[in-house]
Design a protein around this ligand. Sequence first.
Ligand code: ATP
Ligand code: MG
Length: 252
Amino acid sequence: MSAFLIEARNLNFYYGTFEALRSINISVSQNSVTALIGPSGCGKSTLLRIMNRMCDLIPGSRVVGSLRVFGREIYDPNYDVTELRRNVGMVFQHPNPFPSTVFENIAFGIRIAGENGKENILRSVEESLSAVDLWSDLKDRLNFPGQNLSMDFQQRLCIARAIAIKPQILLMDEPCSSLDPIATQKIEELIFELKKKYTIVIVTHSMHQAARVSDFTGYLLKGDLIEFDRTESLFKRPKDTRTEEYISGKYG
Ligand SMILES: Nc1ncnc2c1ncn2[C@@H]1O[C@H](COP(=O)(O)OP(=O)(O)OP(=O)(O)O)[C@@H](O)[C@H]1O
Ligand SMILES: [Mg+2]
């Protein structure tokens, strides 16, 4: 099996006749953080979403080429999407807790994954909240509505919910965009901790954030992956003049 958890080869994606991604080649290694950067509308979220087959229901959308996750072609007609969803978690731009309690936000997915023992569920809820550094703050408020928490706590609750089912990959689409700088720093520290256990792909508008949190960075422009390299190399020694223009602020 390949050393990469996610591998795209000559991957194209279409919304109807619009080609949103063109000939993408990217390899994501285990326990790494990969950042996807680029100007608005360049295909960052699309690339992230198709890694979890989240565009399947968009009428007229189409994938051409190869996208392997855990070594399997996820767009193969015989592929079992439930396996993918079980192993790939997603965190969105705006925190989206369910309209239920802190406890239920996390317990729900654990039950769906097949766990029904009360003790085990409680232990998993504690583990997940501890992993995002929320346990001490929320342990006495497990029956509090998740949607009434601060934005920072809501986003961390959503991360706890995503990791509660123990996925191997965590996809994050601009997870800090609705957060203030202090909460952003908290999430960035968390990403650093999480990569010990998970493989993370994060979309970010902030080049500084990409430089701070990621091991690898991909620069997308109008559906093309212009450059993909170790973060340090991409920012210090970009190979493509278009990357250089973007990171020096001349473009985008
Ligand atoms: N459901 C959709 N149907 C049709 N076109 C879409 C759809 N979603 C996105 N697009 C188009 O695909 C292109 C890429 O969009 P995408 O959301 O992936 O970009 P992005 O890089 O994440 O942008 P942003 O930084 O603004 O979030 C854009 O031109 C967008 O208008
Ligand atoms: Mg986006």
